[in-house]
Design a protein around this ligand. Structure first.
Ligand code: UTP
Length: 294
């Protein structure tokens, strides 16, 4: 069955971006000209996703509002004859069908995904973390969906990370007995471990926030104990699943930015602006002038 549902867990605190995220959900911080979450939403839709399950918490209502109709604003823009902006505003509310579920206590990413169980039903589904903004020609999620259709197992997005960064990622253990496919980009896994110390990291491939999971993950999540950071970790549940079903890592193409951190957010803004037809030229001129001043 085709993957048509994507779970967007957005219930986290966003502590890395305080104080910006004290009153504003980090998912709504703008990257260039739109909220960070809109990039991930556009990626999911381009990958064929039809239903979005948003897992939210207290203080995240504005995310739903962003994807809802805005009749007063639309009437104002229409009266002013600002058709281009009216089109942009309507395109956002026409973008998706949102279902919202609440995570009443922030017990971790695994727990957030478990909250989506009834909304997802008994089918394979995607998980998209909007903190990870991926700039690529082909949606990264499409690559994962193709790998799922090929292997019928669960798929995690992976990328090479410096060994010393392992404490910030889930890290995968490659299965040496099974061949990688699709030019070495789809890699059978033996296991996954959340935030290992560099000496314990089983590879240099870190997990990035795109997954395609079989519904069996919910059974595993129900039985997953609190792990690293005292949180219920999605990585631990996928590790449990690996004992029963194939799990593969997909090395996606494109550039990934962690826009949930100030440094990743800044890099994403500059990266996207440099290639932008409107902002690119002025940014280069300004940057060159600043750099020669130093
Ligand atoms: P993060 O590890 O980025 O945590 O969560 P966070 O709380 O959002 O941000 P920091 O680290 O404090 O700055 C990864 C993803 O899991 C979601 C987050 O919203 C983010 O999309 N999440 C995390 C939940 O939905 N619920 C949780 O209990 C924890």
């Amino acid at each position: 069955m085709r993957v048509r549902t994507a779970v967007f867990p957005v219930a986290g605190w966003g502590t890395r971006f305080l104080p910006a995220t004290k009153a504003v959900p980090k998912e709504l911080l703008p990257v260039l000209d739109r909220p960070a979450i809109q990039y991930a939403m556009e990626e999911a839709i381009a990958a064929g996703i039809e239903r979005i399950v948003l897992v939210t918490s207290d203080g995240k209502r504005a995310i739903e509002d962003h994807f809802d109709a805005a009749p007063d604003l639309e009437a104002f823009l229409e009266a002013r004859g600002d058709i281009e902006r009216l089109r942009v505003v309507r395109a956002v509310s026409d973008m998706v069908n949102l279902v919202t579920v609440r995570q009443k206590e922030q017990l971790g990413l695994g727990h957030a995904v478990l909250m989506a169980r009834d909304a997802v039903g008994h089918e394979s589904f995607a998980v998209v973390l909007p903190d990870d903004l991926i700039v690529s020609e082909r949606p990264a999620l499409s690559e994962l969906i193709d790998a799922h259709e090929e292997t019928h197992g669960s798929v995690v997005a992976v990328m090479e990370i410096p060994r010393e960064d392992s404490i910030r990622y889930g890290v995968v253990e490659i299965d040496p007995d099974l061949p990688a496919t699709d030019g070495g980009r789809t890699i059978p896994l033996r296991g996954l471990i959340e935030k290992p110390a560099p000496a314990d990291a089983p590879s240099n491939l870190g997990i990035v926030g795109r997954y395609v999971l079989t519904p069996k993950i919910f059974e595993k999540l129900e039985r997953t104990a609190h792990g690293v950071g005292n949180e219920i970790q999605l990585t631990d549940a996928i590790q449990a699943l690996a004992a029963e079903q194939p799990i593969v890592g997909r090395r996606f193409s494109g550039r990934r930015f962690d826009v949930g951190s100030p440094e990743g957010w800044l890099a994403a803004n500059i990266d996207l602006a440099l290639d932008h037809p409107h902002y690119g030229g002025p940014l280069r001129t300004w940057l060159n002038a600043r750099l020669t001043e130093r």
